[in-house]
Design a protein around this ligand. Structure first.
Ligand SMILES: C[S@@+](CC[C@H](N)C(=O)[O-])C[C@H]1O[C@@H](n2cnc3c(N)ncnc32)[C@H](O)[C@@H]1O
Length: 284
């Protein structure tokens, strides 16, 4: 397949992402976010039982790695030297995949292990409730990678000195230390609520991620006009946020139901005036 032309917005492919990525040229993405099946050994079903995907791996972890590893190799190939990969997993496979990515990208190119902490869902009485996912972040080339520092919240300044303009500060040997008015820099532990059952964002697609999570990733590791890709795009969360933030985007999912939901979501974002270009795979 020839490289689809990315005009001002983006495209969605309904295809096996391995086959789709094979047709893309090297270094065409600024940011790749990937939220593959986690290796749970279960079939993931959404609100509508026709919306589902299999997360079952004959051969266990070896079978899972056999599936994921050629796709990770493409991710690296597709990133620009300034680009970054965010790979979203959980306790089932993340430690195995981390070892693989350290070899593929180089240990020195790992930037972060982000803990996404949430509180929704059931609570186990047999072990500590599992309430976080892990997002591994690798630069194609650390040092050259794009990174916009994000800030959130406010500093605790009660009881501090206040200057003539009412700004709180700390006295240090080097003089007055002022606090950034935009708050502290965001750390690698992210408290972002999971989508509630009544959230307006919900499409009904299984394992849909919150837009707030993607917004943080896209703002931190891309600039307006950059190309953001998600080759396991599901309901199109990454694409919708990229569109809203003025990035170009490439999406792919093997499920026709997922691609349909994503297309409608993107069309709705533009008041129904825009129908994203959709590429169908050979069997699609
Ligand atoms: C965890 S879900 C992604 C959810 C998405 N982040 C969202 O917010 O809706 C994983 C997706 O990977 C897709 N998938 C699994 N194997 C694939 C493959 N070989 N090629 C493309 N997509 C695949 C599934 O259909 C599923 O939609």
């Amino acid at each position: 397949m020839a490289m689809p032309r990315l005009a001002q917005t983006g495209i969605i492919a309904c295809d096996d992402n391995l086959r789709f990525m094979e047709g893309l040229p090297d270094a065409c993405c600024d940011l790749i976010y990937a939220d593959p099946p986690f290796g749970t050994g279960k079939r993931q079903t959404g609100r509508d039982p026709t919306q589902q995907y299999a997360d079952v791996w004959p051969g266990g972890i070896d079978g899972y790695l056999e599936f994921l590893s050629p796709r990770l190799e493409h991710f690296r190939r597709l990133l620009k030297t300034t680009g970054t990969l965010y790979l979203h997993l959980d306790w089932h496979t993340v430690h195995y995949v981390k070892v693989y990515l350290d070899k593929l990208f180089g240990y020195e190119n790992m930037l972060n292990e982000i803990i996404w902490s949430y509180r929704t869902g059931g609570l186990s009485t047999r072990w500590f409730a599992r309430k976080h996912d892990t997002i591994l972040v690798y630069a194609r080339q650390a040092g050259r990678h794009r990174f916009n520092l994000l800030r959130e919240g406010s500093f605790r300044t009660d009881g501090m000195n206040v200057d003539e303009d009412g700004r709180p500060y700390k006295n240090t040997r080097a003089g007055r230390l002022y606090f950034n008015p935009d708050g502290p820099a965001i750390t690698d532990v992210w408290e972002i609520p999971f989508l509630s059952t009544v959230s307006l964002e919900r499409t009904g697609y299984p394992t849909q991620k919150p837009e707030a999570l993607l917004e943080r990733i896209i703002r931190a590791s891309s600039n307006p006009g950059d190309v953001v890709a998600d080759f396991f795009c599901g309901s199109g969360t990454t694409l919708a946020v990229a569109q809203r933030l003025g990035r170009r985007w490439i999406g792919c999912d093997i499920s026709a139901e997922a691609v349909d939901i994503a297309r409608h979501r993107l069309a709705r974002l533009q008041g129904g005036k825009y129908d994203p270009q959709t590429v169908r795979g050979q069997d699609g």
